[in-house]
Ligand binder design. Structure first.
Ligand code: SF4
Length: 178
């Protein structure tokens, strides 16, 4: 299953690269910015956690021990929104193995069900899509939003995922898996 998931991710990442490219005039993502990983719930499926574990196993012992300590602190406080325990020195320690939610960080997309554009968290910090967002009225002036529903459940339970025979299993906040 993990091999099939890896292939699925390769295709999904290519599509995301295109989205980032097409939306580049609204994107402020740059190396060293880790806002998306500073505050969140980070929904992960069972499948993604298994994949993430593969990445963790390959990390040097020193990095593993920082992650272990981060997790210990998190579990002690059990916050709803938190800093991802895999974020070390403003960079993702498990980057190739990160989840779907992480891969879509920073993009805005049109939610057909709610008939509204979903914006990334950092729009409120004057970053991605800030130039097309009116904070006072909440209106978004984005001429060509991404039409794909970039939510973990829609992605991992899509027709495309079925083609790869992917069963993602239960989805929970990252903290509940640790
Ligand atoms: S796994 Fe990596 S990319 Fe995902 S939230 Fe954590 S630090 Fe960020």
């Amino acid at each position: 299953m993990l091999e099939r998931y890896k292939k699925f991710l390769e295709k999904f990442d290519k599509r995301l690269d295109k989205y980032f490219e097409n939306q580049c005039e609204y994107i402020k993502c740059k190396e060293g910015c880790s806002l998306c990983c500073e505050v969140g719930e980070y929904p992960f499926s069972r499948l993604e956690i298994e994949y993430l574990m593969q990445g963790i196993m390959q990390l040097p012992a020193s990095v593993k021990s920082v992650i272990k300590e981060n997790i210990k602190q998190l579990k002690k406080n059990q916050p709803k929104m938190y800093r991802c325990p895999f974020l070390i020195k403003s960079s993702c320690s498990v980057y190739p193995y990160r989840g779907i939610v992480c891969r879509t960080h920073g993009l805005a997309w049109f939610d057909e069900d709610e008939e509204k554009i979903k914006l990334p968290y950092c729009v409120n910090k004057g970053l991605n899509y800030a130039k097309v967002f009116d904070r006072e009225t909440g209106e978004v002036f984005l001429p060509e939003p991404i039409k794909e529903r970039l939510r973990i459940d829609s992605i991992l339970r899509s027709k495309e995922a079925e083609e790869y025979e992917i069963e993602c299993g239960e989805i929970r906040p990252l903290i509940k898996w640790l």
